[in-house]
Design a protein. Structure first.
Length: 395
């Protein structure tokens, strides 16, 4: 049982709204806030939120994020599909489950749709996946649904991307995985990586949906508790630095050298224990001071500042640093469900990205720093017109 016994408080980012709750002006007064406290569980080397909203408050019929909002990510998921297909599948009839399939971008690459199943509790995005003729259960992942019965004990691959860190109850998650996988079955998933977050000081990876920021040390310990081995790991450049983990039943597969290689790096870098996090805490508050000072200097010098990409991550930066319309006039974004609304907590207006080149601001805070290649190539004219990108993460 993975429990909270050895959770140690690290720091508080203060009052936070729901990161993806982009809202209309008449909903400002009933906006929900919680205190975003983070900590580190010494027993599992696990970086985590100590308080968070209930999953239903975030994943419901109004979830605005779509996997397909990034062309680069669509390509990445095509490559992830090929990676699974080439390395772990022997026939197109082997059963496959995706946890948190969102709009079905990755599941749609698999050839035999009838052997695939996606779980997606955000029903508005689940509907987009269903329109692609995919087999979807529009609910939170669990083995306990009649519709999932034929996948029990018979699934070769369960995979997920940027989802497992969204699931607070790791015990129930692993019990369901155990019920679905066959003897040689594998659980393959990738998530934002603690090592990258610490290196880049990208503290904006922390928000209500990201209950955990995993590492090799934590994943190995958590799954060991349920008689699973971490058999391989593959660093990824996506979402600012992620790690792909391959999990098999204890003793069924050889453990690849990569696991020890990257795990020993974590031990050397001191990211497997609470003390190793103390420097990160300092970095967060000095980053906050620096950002505010820089934005205020831009303003004093008469510069106009806008944001680009109303990411979930931006909710952490804006609320932690208390940045509102006094500093950033609006945020440009591509998502229909965000445009015309206001950012959670700080209430900065969200505008259609198509309006961006009508009148360029002087400075643009790039909130999707993780998609900089894609965005820079799309917005070359901004730089040609003398504009300047800005971020708290090195870009
Ligand atoms: O883990 C998660 C990841 C996978 O996606 C979720 N919890 C929620 C979400 O996080 P995010 O919002 O920080 O994701 P992104 O992919 O960094 O940013 C997406 C946002 O950026 C969307 O609102 C669309 C916008 N965007 C844009 O306006 N122009 C994105 C791109 C690539 C662009 O060119
Ligand atoms: N895999 C996609 C989506 C990531 S966003 C990608 O990488 O782009 C996180 C997704 O996980 C959301 O679509 C959310 O609705 C879903 N999710 C959250 N909790 C879940 C759970 N317990 N079971 C299944 N999906 C979940």
């Amino acid at each position: 049982m993975i429990d909270k016994k050895n959770d140690n408080f690290l720091m508080s980012f203060g009052k936070m709204p729901i990161a993806n709750n982009f809202l209309h002006e008449n909903d400002f007064s009933k906006e929900f806030f919680y205190e975003m406290k983070v900590g580190f569980n010494e027993e599992y080397s696990l970086f985590k939120l100590l308080e968070h909203p209930k999953p239903e408050q975030m994943f419901n019929s109004k979830y605005p994020f779509l996997t397909s909002s990034s062309n680069y990510m669509i390509q990445h998921f095509n490559n992830f599909y090929k990676f699974i297909n080439k390395n772990y599948l022997h026939s197109i009839n082997e059963k496959i489950i995706e946890i948190g399939c969102n709009d079905g971008t990755m599941l749609n690459f698999f050839e035999n749709k009838s052997s695939c199943l996606g779980f997606e509790p955000s029903t508005n995005v689940a509907k987009i996946a269903e329109k692609k003729n995919l087999n979807i259960i529009p609910k939170f992942f669990s083995y306990d649904y009649p519709e999932a019965k034929k996948f029990l004990n018979d699934t070769k691959i369960i995979y997920a991307a940027n989802v497992i860190c969204h699931i607070p109850d790791l015990n129930s998650l692993i019990i369901s995985i155990d019920k679905f996988l066959n003897k040689k079955g594998l659980f393959i998933f990738e998530e934002p990586y603690l090592g990258s977050m610490i290196n880049k000081n990208s503290y904006d990876q922390i928000y209500d949906e990201h209950v955990y920021i995993f590492s090799i040390s934590s994943i190995k310990k958590i799954f060991k508790k349920y008689n699973f081995d971490l058999i391989d790991v593959f660093p990824q450049s996506t979402h600012g630095g992620s790690m792909r983990y391959v999990i098999g039943r204890e003793g069924e597969y050889e453990i690849e050298k990569n696991v020890e290689f990257y795990e020993s790096k974590e031990i050397k870098d001191n990211i497997n224990n609470f003390d190793g996090m103390l420097n990160f805490k300092k970095q967060c508050s000095s980053s906050k001071d620096k950002i505010i000072e820089q934005l205020e200097t831009f303003k004093k010098n008469g510069k106009t500042i806008s944001g680009y990409a109303a990411t979930s991550k931006s909710t952490t930066v804006l609320n932690y640093c208390n940045i509102g319309t006094n500093l950033i006039n609006c945020i440009y974004d591509t998502t229909p469900d965000k445009i015309g609304k206001f950012s959670p907590g700080m209430h900065i207006p969200i505008k259609d990205y198509k309006e961006f080149n009508n009148q360029y601001p002087d400075i643009v805070y790039l909130f999707a720093w993780n998609h900089k290649e894609e965005i820079f190539s799309k917005e070359k004219n901004f730089i040609r017109n003398g504009g300047q990108w800005f971020s708290h993460v090195k870009i």
